[in-house]
Write a protein that binds this ligand. Structure first.
Ligand SMILES: Cc1ncc(COP(=O)(O)O)c(C=O)c1O
Length: 466
């Protein structure tokens, strides 16, 4: 019998949690169940997901930023169909594929101060390559990164990790140093030893959505130039329109030596990433004919990824999604900012385009103060879940807490959202926030239930194997 995807899914899609628990990641399934995210999604379109009961969910997670153009975009589906019909000669390896050249040409037209492109399969692989190029080109080893930074989870990128929860427990890494955001003095002191290959930065940090002070990145770039360190801008999450510009570094008129991208270049379908860099760096790495593949991979330039990348960039332009990101981001922020004065635990709404955080902080009134303290004593990361869980449970909106042990809720919607989604989110968010300001109340019950579940989940096998 020929393989039928439709039949397979019709028969077994509802086994999703059971299979994932048995073969992939039982702890993750526990989390999904605990926070009520244990749905069986069967279909997706634009900014909506649909479950096996036909319920619609508004997706303000966007696959951690992989769906800037929305899910299952019809033009991307057509490009994939067309590519398949053409029987394209992908992965010949000993050739120079036209589609890779065309996508590189397009990307460089968007970042004209750079001139060379290396294709990867993911964001972490793009950053890994960027760090390796920087070490090769400068002959130096050390990497600087910011506190709270996130550049991926491979060992090289872990060396540039500013979140201990992800970094600890994996042994020694590359020589590196964390720089506090906006601390130019510490940065200069570290750079002035002239042993730093690269300073890698997210212009707006994914974890916590922290934005730099206006002078920080331009001054940091100057300091890097002064001390011969390469300035790497990680645009894996912020790139391709997310912040209301093609790239977040454009908000500060920067000219980084290396720019990395991934996520939404995939059109939400074919994993892909890219390192955009300067020819002088290229020449140091790929320095002679027998080093022409000294850094390479098998799947990086595959035809489907290149075709979908080209189509995605065209969709971002034609549908004016970058302008829409700015407009809708501003609208949501305008809708949420009044909550700061109205509700004592809402402290800040910060964003650029559709990368946004709502930060909560300790209340003033006595009753809420006690509740706040109790929930933080139980678990420092729980308060955010008291927002995220009811947004899902009562309003069918997917959001996330913006990191470990923070009181920050983050939204990252597809860039094609419209009026209806803005209105729906703003009113749902206010309702959830209002409920949290009532103690005792159902919102706090959610918090305590989550705290108990988290305690129960501690694995007795967590110690190292040997
Ligand atoms: C800023 C940033 N860099 C790198 C990565 C890693 O990308 P990937 O998950 O494709 O390896 C991410 C992923 O979330 C990211 O947000």
């Amino acid at each position: 019998m020929p393989f039928s995807l439709k039949e397979l899914l019709a028969n077994r899609v509802t086994e999703n949690h059971q299979l994932f628990e048995k073969y992939v990641n039982p702890q993750f399934v526990r989390v999904l169940r605990t926070i009520g995210f244990d749905k069986t999604y069967t279909r997706a379109e634009g900014c909506y997901l649909y479950d096996d009961q036909g319920e619609a969910y508004l997706d303000f997670l966007a696959g951690y930023g992989a769906f800037n153009i929305g899910r299952n975009h019809p033009a991307i589906k057509n490009v994939i169909r067309e590519a398949l019909e053409l029987n394209l000669p992908s992965l010949v390896q000993m050739d120079a594929p036209a589609l890779a050249g065309l996508l590189a040409e397009k990307l460089i037209s968007l970042v004209p101060h750079l001139d060379t492109v290396f294709f990867t399969n993911s964001g972490t692989e793009a950053n890994e390559g960027a760090l390796k190029f920087a070490r090769g080109a400068t002959g130096r080893e050390k990497i600087l990164h910011l506190d709270h930074s996130f550049h991926g989870l491979t060992l090289g990128c872990l060396s540039a990790m500013g979140n201990a929860e992800f970094r600890d427990g994996f042994g020694s890494l590359l020589p590196s140093q964390a720089i506090p955001m906006n601390d130019l003095e510490t940065l200069e002191k570290a750079l002035s030893r002239r042993d730093v290959a690269a300073f890698i930065v997210e212009a707006i940090q994914g974890k916590g959505v922290h934005l730099p002070a206006d002078n920080f990145l331009p001054e940091a770039q100057k300091l890097c130039r002064k001390y011969g360190t390469l300035f790497i801008m990680d645009e894996v999450q912020t790139g391709l329109g997310r912040t209301g510009r093609w790239f977040a570094f454009q908000h500060w008129d920067l000219e980084p030596d290396i720019v990395t991208i991934a996520k939404s270049l995939s059109g939400g379908f074919i994993p892909v990433g890219a390192i955009l860099y300067r020819r002088e760096i290229y020449k140091k790495i790929f320095s002679q004919m027998d080093r022409c593949v000294v850094h390479s991979n098998t799947f990086g330039k595959n035809s489907l990824a290149m075709a979908v990348g080209l189509a995605t960039l065209q969709i971002l332009e034609e549908e004016k999604l970058i302008e829409n990101a700015k407009r809708r981001g501003d609208e949501i922020a305008r809708g949420l900012r009044p909550l700061i004065n109205k509700y004592e635990m809402v402290k800040e709404v910060r964003h650029k385009g559709l990368m946004m955080a709502i930060e909560f902080g300790p209340p003033r009134s006595l009753k809420l103060k006690v509740a706040w303290k109790m929930i933080h004593a139980a678990n420092k990361g729980l308060f955010g879940q008291m927002i995220v869980v009811p947004l899902m449970q009562h309003h069918k909106i997917l959001t996330q807490v913006a990191g470990h042990n923070v009181d920050i809720v983050k939204i990252l919607p597809p860039l094609m959202i419209g009026d209806a989604e803005v209105q729906k989110f703003v009113s749902a968010f206010e309702e959830v926030v209002a409920n949290c300001h009532e103690f005792p109340g159902a919102a706090w019950e959610v918090g305590y239930t989550l705290a108990k579940q988290a305690l129960k989940s501690r694995s007795p096998e967590a110690a190292p194997l040997s």
